[in-house]
Design a protein around this ligand. Sequence first.
Ligand SMILES: CC(C)(COP(=O)(O)OP(=O)(O)OC[C@H]1O[C@@H](n2cnc3c(N)ncnc32)[C@H](O)[C@@H]1OP(=O)(O)O)[C@@H](O)C(=O)NCCC(=O)NCCS
Length: 153
Amino acid sequence: MCADSPARSFSIVRARLFDLPAIRRLERVCFPNDAYDALTLLSLALTPGVLRLKAVANEKLVGFAAGERQPRASVGWIVTIGVLPEFQGRGIGRALLLEIERQMNARCVRLTVRRSNTRAIALYTRCGYRWVTTSRHYYHDGEDGLIMEKELW
Ligand SMILES: CC(C)(COP(=O)(O)OP(=O)(O)OC[C@H]1O[C@@H](n2cnc3c(N)ncnc32)[C@H](O)[C@@H]1OP(=O)(O)O)[C@@H](O)C(=O)NCCC(=O)NCCS
């Protein structure tokens, strides 16, 4: 277990292979237009060096984040982060983000977010991320992706 507190009603622990079906369900709910397919999620689950964390509440997977740090690079990327809608707004997203940053131990962490995703952008900004560049038409529907970055050390 990597982060837990008696003061909060969820814990953040490593996700395992057996979590894959729940992660897939969560991805579909959190990203109706961009959910990773089963193969991509399987590859994410099996690729060495990918950090996978889940948020658990009531013994159920309610949040998931994955991040990758290139072995020799000091830059880590948040690959995905999501919290089931009925569990959002309770600090779970923030906790997942801070814990994955901590465990990646990278000099800086980057992520891509839809320009219209004001809620996620607010979270990232409050957690210390700043916009660095824009990937034009990054998403399959043509929406731009904002690349945000946080320097950790
Ligand atoms: C983005 C997401 C992961 C945030 O998770 P969360 O558990 O709701 O976030 P938290 O409860 O930790 O809230 C953190 C911040 O999000 C914002 N936020 C949370 N709930 C909110 C709500 N109901 N309305 C508006 N903003 C809200 C606030 O800025 C909050 O800041 P605060 O902690 O200073 O109050 C979640 O909304 C989600 O899964 N969205 C769908 C998937 C997604 O867009 N992922 C990001 C892809 S880049």
